[in-house]
Design a protein around this ligand. Structure first.
Ligand code: HEC
Ligand code: HEC
Ligand code: HEC
Length: 91
C-alpha cells in the first residue's frame, strides 16, 4: 500500500506494523530494515540484555493481553478480517 500513501501517512502505520518504532527500534526501511515487521521484541521487549547475559530468561518480558491490545485495538477487532483484507486486495 506504501505507493498510495504519503510519507506522513505511512508513519502512522509504523507503531503497529513495525518493531519498536519511537522506542529506539524501527526508524525507516533504509536504516532499520530488520525491524520492519512485528518481530519478537514487539511482545517480549528489547532482547539486548538477554543476549548480553548469555540468555538469562529474566530479561525477557512475558506478554499479557495488554501487550496485544496496543495494536489489536477494539476498532480493529470489529473490522477483523474485513477492511484490511479488502484494502490489501485479497478480493
Ligand atoms: C492501532 C494499530 C494499527 C495501525 C495504526 C495500523 N494497523 Fe494495519 N493492522 C493492524 C493489525 C492488528 C492488523 C492485523 C489484524 C487485524 O486485521 O486487525 C493489521 C492489518 C493490516 C493489513 C493486512 C495485513 C495482512 O497481512 O493481512 C494491512 C494491509 C494493513 N494493516 C495496513 C495498514 C496501513 C497502510 C496502516 C497505516 C495507514 C495501518 N495498517 C495502520 C494494526 C494497525
Ligand atoms: C505477537 C506476540 C509475540 C511475538 C511477536 C513473539 N512471541 Fe514469544 N510468546 C508470546 C506469548 C503470548 C507467549 C506465551 C507466554 C506465556 O506463557 O505466558 C510466548 C512465549 C515464548 C517463549 C516461551 C517462554 C516460556 O517461558 O516458556 C519463547 C522462548 C518465545 N516466546 C520466544 C519468541 C521468539 C524467539 C520470538 C520471535 C521469533 C517470539 N517469541 C515472538 C508472544 C509473542
Ligand atoms: C506492535 C503491534 C502488535 C502487537 C503488540 C501484537 N500484534 Fe498481532 N498483529 C499485528 C499486525 C500488524 C498484524 C498483521 C500483519 C503482520 O502479521 O505483521 C498482526 C497479526 C496477528 C494475527 C494474525 C491475524 C490474521 O488476520 O491472520 C494474530 C492471531 C495476532 N496478531 C495475535 C497477537 C497476539 C496474541 C498478540 C499479543 C501476545 C499480538 N498479536 C500483539 C500487530 C501487533
Amino acid at each position: 500500500m506504501a505507493s498510495d500513501l504519503t510519507q506522513a501517512e505511512q508513519e502512522k502505520c509504523y507503531r503497529c506494523h513495525t518493531t519498536g518504532y519511537g522506542q529506539g527500534g524501527f526508524k525507516n526501511y533504509k536504516e532499520t530494515p530488520e525491524l520492519a515487521d512485528v518481530g519478537c521484541e514487539t511482545c517480549h521487549g528489547p532482547g539486548s540484555k538477554h543476549a548480553a547475559s548469555g540468555g538469562d530468561p529474566a530479561f525477557i518480558k512475558k506478554p499479557t493481553d495488554k501487550t496485544c491490545q496496543k495494536c489489536h485495538v477494539q476498532e480493529r477487532v470489529s473490522a477483523f478480517r474485513k477492511r484490511p483484507i479488502l484494502h490489501a486486495g485479497a478480493h
